[in-house]
Design a protein around this ligand. Structure first.
Ligand code: ZN
Ligand code: ZN
Ligand code: ZN
Length: 365
């Protein structure tokens, strides 16, 4: 574990140099967790990791959290600088950053902390560190891939089990609670999201499950996941209650076809935006283009959504070890919605599906 983190810090140093920056500043976030294994709760008191190529990493911590930081996986390899309540942490950070002029910062640095740093370092320029950290985190190592496989299997098992439950006459909230219970029973630490969108509600991709009673001839979009071993699952299936609503089946077939076409195209060397184009071409070709209102997918790992994105304009070239969702959908206002989502991993010569649940249309009771 220690070697893993030290290796990641070394790669971050190389990225900082390649990006032309003098330093990278990280606050508590998945980025900090990825590099150090230290994952405290973000607070108004700043905790800041300062990375500068050629210099040992420094972790600025509130005095009361120093023991916590010291006990973290690479705590003994970081220079810990504690600041005490009543002193100015941003002046302390400026002292650590010294002559640094070009400073990249993690996306999750609170505005209050960035403003504090800018006040203490008026001559420095600040830029987003997300391109740099996104590149580092996008390619998963073998342990990360194994964690994502486990999460995917647990989500698949959850879907298999929910099919045996009854749908009609129950509320979306009830079914969502079942999904959450099953996710945890299958090994997730907790359910992070359980979208259950029935009937006309299924036309809203991020619908919040509520009190609507599920009826026969409803389509039900279920999009659920959580963390297992620190890494996320995220899968979507659309089922119909008893029998499909009018006009549903041809659209379902097209979404299934679009999802399969994009997944089948996954291999090293192809750009992420190309996968979006492939899925979109199938849906546009069938006349549903206006109804596919979101990107085709997103990277996944320590966060549910992380780079790269399967969207026009994202030119990330796929490499073995990258993991992301493929989730085309079409939405018919007032009637129904359809989405099919699986997580996949790029292999040396193609693709590995981390979700294996059937994508054929399933009828539930
Ligand atoms: Zn979503
Ligand atoms: Zn999802
Ligand atoms: Zn997703």
């Amino acid at each position: 574990v220690k070697d893993t983190h030290l290796g990641r810090i070394a790669r971050a140093h190389a990225e900082i140099e390649a990006g032309g920056f003098d330093a990278l500043v990280l606050s508590p976030s998945p980025d900090l967790n990825y590099l150090t294994g230290y994952d405290p709760i973000p607070f108004e008191r700043p905790t800041l990791l300062v990375l500068r190529p050629g210099v040992d990493p420094v972790l600025l911590v509130p005095e009361l959290e120093r023991p916590l930081a010291a006990a973290s996986p690479v705590g003994d390899r970081l220079e810990l600088v504690a600041w005490r309540d009543g002193t100015d942490p941003y002046e302390a950070a400026a002292g650590i950053l010294g002559e640094s002029a070009g400073i990249a910062v993690t996306d999750r640095l609170w505005a209050s902390h960035l403003l504090g740093l800018q006040g203490a370092l008026p001559g420095a320029s600040f830029a987003a560190g997300s391109p740099l950290m996104g590149r580092l985190r996008a390619v998963k190592d073998t342990q990360e891939l194994e964690a994502l496989r486990r999460a995917g299997r647990a989500a698949d098992e959850t879907f298999r089990q929910i099919l045996d439950m009854s749908f009609q006459g129950r509320s979306e909230e009830d079914v969502a609670n079942d999904l959450a219970t099953l996710l945890v029973r299958n090994g997730h630490v907790r359910a992070e999201f359980t979208i259950v969108a029935s009937g006309p509600n299924a036309a809203s991709p991020h619908h919040e499950p509520g009190g609507r009673t599920i009826l026969p001839r409803d389509a039900v979009v279920m999009d659920f996941g959580g963390a297992l071993g620190g890494y996320f699952s995220d899968t979507t299936r659309t089922v119909v209650v008893v029998e499909p609503p009018e006009g549903f089946e041809p659209a379902y077939d097209i979404v299934q076809e679009a999802q399969a076409a994009a997944v089948d195209a996954v291999r090293p060397g192809i750009e992420t935006q190309e996968l979006d184009r492939i899925a979109r071409a199938v849906i546009e070709g069938a006349g549903y283009g206006d109804r596919f209102i979101h990107r085709t997918g997103h990277g996944i790992g320590l966060e549910v959504h992380e780079p790269p994105y399967l969207v026009e304009g994202d030119c990330t070239v796929l490499e073995p070890g990258m993991t992301f969702s493929v989730e085309p959908g079409v939405y018919f206002d007032g009637r129904f919605g359809i989405r099919i989502e699986d997580i996949v991993a790029v292999t040396d010569d193609g693709v590995e599906r981390l979700n294996r649940s059937t994508r054929d249309l399933r009828l539930v009771e």
